[in-house]
Every structure is written in C-alpha cells, then in structure tokens.
Design a protein around this ligand. Structure first.
Ligand SMILES: [Zn+2]
Length: 178
C-alpha cells in the first residue's frame, strides 16, 4: 500500500468529471487500497478518486469515527437511485483544509455501485454515511462543498480560497505517491 498526494482546491483534477470504471482489475483494487490508506492517514471519512489525481468513478468511505456500527466501503461507479428527506449539517473537505460550512442534502439515499470484486450491490444510507457519500459523489462530478455554500459565506472565504488555490495550482494533476 502507498500514500497518495491529496489534491487541494486549485488543482484542475478536482474539477474533472469522473469516467466509469470499465473493469474492476487488480490496479483498481490497488488504487482502492491506497485511497483507504491515504484517507485514514488524513483522518477523513471519505475520499474520491479526483482527490488523489485520478479520474475514474470510484470513492471510498469509512464513517466509523462518527458511526461505529458502519463499515468501510468502496463504491465503484456509484449511482444514486433515490433520495428522501433533507438535512443541513456542517461539512469539511480534505481538499479544502480548514474550510467548513453548512451543506443541505437529502437525508437518505439509495445507492447502487460495484464493490472491489466487481459485483453490483445496493444499499440505503442515512446520517453521516449518506452525507459523506453524497459529498464524495459530488467530487466525482467535479463539485466541491463551496458550491453548496451561500453567497455570503463564499464571500467571507474569498481570501482563504485564493490562498489555497495558489497551493493547489502547484500540484501535479495526476496520481502522485508521497
Ligand atoms: Zn471533499
């Protein structure tokens, strides 16, 4: 396993729309393992491929720090089948260090994806897992939490974002091991 560089706001990869994984190969499984390791090292609860310079449609999730009954999961080619309810909660992002803000999302989601063995599974998520999954699926679509913030909040963050952006622009857009 290896640690990957986490791309910061300003790195163009974060704005790319993911492409579906054609085959769940050993390389894909290796990437999933490296993404888990990178996420744990950064103390995050979710990580999308774009955040490590990859553009395949996959993400990893482990919300056990917030929900001890959950389990670590990889979602390859995830699609949301339906959503229900609404909840507002504070979110942060490994690609936007020190930035947090309220994001409104559906409270419950039904998702279909492939697991690391390439088999299809469906599950219903709520609470922190639903929130984190939707946050990571946003990444797969090139969307960041700041797009969910209101205009006042975005204005307040302008200086901080500009600083981050300078750092992110210096990062290589592709996969980098650290
Ligand atoms: Zn994020």
């Amino acid at each position: 396993m290896a640690l990957l560089e986490i791309k910061k706001f300003g790195c163009p990869t974060l704005r790319k729309k993911a492409t579906p994984v054609q085959d769940v190969t050993d390389e894909v499984r290796q990437l999933v393992a490296d993404m888990f390791e990178t996420m744990y090292e950064a103390e995050g609860v979710g990580l999308a491929a774009q955040q490590v310079g990859f553009t395949e449609r996959l993400l990893v999730l482990d919300v056990r720090p917030r929900d001890p009954m959950s389990e670590p999961l990889a979602f390859i080619n995830p699609e949301i089948l339906w959503t229900e309810g609404e909840c507002v909660g504070e979110e942060g992002c490994l690609s936007l260090p020190e930035i947090v803000g309220d994001v409104k999302r559906p409270a419950q989601v039904q998702v279909r994806a492939l697991n690391e063995n390439g088999s299809v599974f469906e599950m219903t998520l709520d609470g922190i897992a639903a929130k984190a999954l939707q946050h990571e699926i946003d990444h797969l679509n090139g969307v960041l939490i700041i797009e969910h913030f209101n205009a006042i909040k975005r204005n307040l963050l302008r200086g901080q974002l500009r600083k981050l952006q300078r750092e992110g622009k210096k990062q290589a857009p592709g996969l980098t091991y650290v």
